[in-house]
Design a protein around this ligand. Structure first.
Ligand code: GDP
Ligand code: ZN
Length: 482
């Protein structure tokens, strides 16, 4: 039933200035037109206006003929619409009740309630956009920072798809070269030599690697960086959270151990959503309430991408400080994220630690050398939440760690979607396998099988080889009306 006419409220629930009911399908025009009136002419159904023109009308309930609302309506002729079908968008006043009544009237005319993501699914099925672009619509809606939005917009404009297509074409070129020689052995197609094929495969590999290299960063731009603030009570964790947020969200008190729960807030770090988690400290405690906090903070550390390990610089190290530190080491913290695609452990997600020596406004009494020995790879930053000293440096340190010195430029195509990342990784593996088959002197059929698998994996990003299950899964995650 691809062309039946669907309708939904396209704006988010709640009261807004305006709200939109979207209708799409073969009968969209003929279902909506009878509901519209010129103000002061309740009997007469006006003609359908020209495409893409916003016009002022009253909309009526078809059963009672009551005027429901004043609306602005646009009729958009196929294929020049979001779904590439005939689309009508009705802008009413934003109240949820009014919008529901307008929607009900459209449904009473014979439209069907749209499923989640069905408008975008139709746009995909009608060739208006590919799968990566359809997913970008979802990312755009969910973007938490401007940088996240910009990446989604890029993807919506098809930049990711273009690069994936380039890698796909490169792969197909090698397949064609091999299969021509297999299919027409006795004609003039000579069997390609490994020396001839290897650079062609390398080209495809390069393109996939380039996309993959940007994918770890891309994930962070989209999902944010989970940053746990860890340390024994009273070192200044909550103060640090506040300073980074520049708000007064967490409760700061001079009594040790008042952060009983974990507090989570999102700060914007050069476009990366920074999920800051303030914790009660990992040190053992007998206070049952505090105990809950300690367990939560251990869980927060477990799930963190980065830990800010905070010390009070104005005090000598305590037993509690040492316990927190060794506990974190036992959890495997302390190593950098590798972004280098050519390294053996590429894409492995290790979790770095930034050591924060707080209360720098007071004389230093902390044994910094001992901490340095325990955390040889960690970046050290001196801060004071009272004077603001070192806070910018701390933000810088976190950003550098994540981006490994690279700052997001407008030109780079970052793969923000986990599914795309997975498909690219599979493509890379299959390409690598094809190189190995080639080097082992296996028959070219084998090489070709690996290349085909790589070709298909790449096609999953744009949707050319995506299964129906995958499509269902992706589009069901959309909200209704999109
Ligand atoms: P938490 O238990 O680690 O979350 O520590 P808090 O943020 O609650 O701070 C504990 C105490 O240290 C409070 O009295 C803060 O005002 C104080 N404090 C926090 N940061 C600084 C700082 O940079 N310098 C000084 N002198 N005091 C600080
Ligand atoms: Zn606290």
């Amino acid at each position: 039933m691809q062309n039946d006419t669907i309708a939904a409220i396209a704006t988010p629930p709640g009261v807004g200035g305006i709200g939109v009911v979207r209708v799409s399908g073969t009968d969209a025009f003929s279902l909506v037109a009878p509901l519209l009136r010129r103000p002061g002419k309740p009997q007469e159904v006006p003609p359908i206006p020209p495409s893409h023109m916003l016009i002022y009308r009253h909309i009526i309930d078809p059963t009672t003929q009551d005027v429901l609302d004043e609306v602005l309506v646009a009729f958009m002729h196929a294929p020049h619409s979001y779904t590439a079908e005939d689309v009508v968008e009705i802008q009413g006043h934003g109240g949820p009740l009014i919008l529901k009544r307008i929607l009900r009237s459209v449904l009473a005319q014979g439209a069907r309630m749209a499923n989640p993501g069905e408008f975008t699914l139709r746009a995909f099925l009608n060739g208006r956009m590919d799968l990566a672009q359809a997913e970008a619509v979802m990312d755009l809606i969910g973007a938490q920072t401007e940088a996240g939005q910009r990446l989604a917009m890029q993807q919506l404009r098809g930049r990711l798809s273009e690069q994936v297509q380039a890698a796909r074409q490169a792969t197909l070129g090698v397949i064609a070269r091999i299969e021509a020689s297999i299919d027409f052995p006795e004609d003039d197609v000579p069997t390609p030599q490994p020396e001839e094929l290897r650079p062609l495969i390398a080209l495809a590999q390069q393109q996939v690697d380039l996309l993959l290299a940007g994918s770890e960063q891309g994930r962070l731009y989209r999902q944010g960086l989970r940053t746990a603030i860890i340390g024994r009570p009273n070192v200044g964790k909550s103060s640090l959270l506040n300073a980074l947020l520049r708000t007064e969200r967490a409760i700061v008190t001079p009594v040790a151990g008042t952060t009983r729960d974990t507090v989570e807030e999102i700060a914007n770090l050069r476009g990366i959503p920074l999920h800051l988690i303030d914790t009660a400290g990992i040190t053992p405690t007998t206070d049952p309430v505090e105990q809950i906090g300690v367990e939560r903070s251990r869980a927060a550390a477990e799930s963190a991408d980065v830990v800010l390990l905070v010390y009070d610089g104005s005090e000598p190290l305590t037993e509690q400080d040492r316990k927190v530190s060794s506990e974190l080491q036992a959890m495997g913290f302390g190593e950098y994220i590798t972004l280098d695609a050519s390294a053996n452990d590429a894409y492995q997600h290790r979790r770095p630690v930034v050591v924060v020596v707080n209360k720098a406004d007071r004389p230093l009494r902390l044994e910094v050398a001992e901490i340095g020995a325990a955390w040889p790879q960690a970046t050290f930053v001196k801060t004071s939440t009272l004077t603001g000293e070192g806070l910018a440096t701390l933000e810088e340190a976190i950003a550098d760690l994540v981006l490994a010195g690279k700052v997001l430029s407008n030109e780079s195509v970052l793969v923000t979607n986990v599914r795309h990342q997975e498909a690219l990784r599979q493509a890379a593996e299959h390409l690598q396998a094809s190189v190995i088959s080639l080097e082992q002197g296996l028959p070219l059929d084998f090489v070709s099988i690996d290349l085909r698998a790589a070709y298909d994996a790449l096609g999953e990003v744009t949707g050319e080889t995506a299964s129906e299950d995958l499509l269902d899964k992706i589009f069901s995650e959309f909200c209704i009306g999109k």
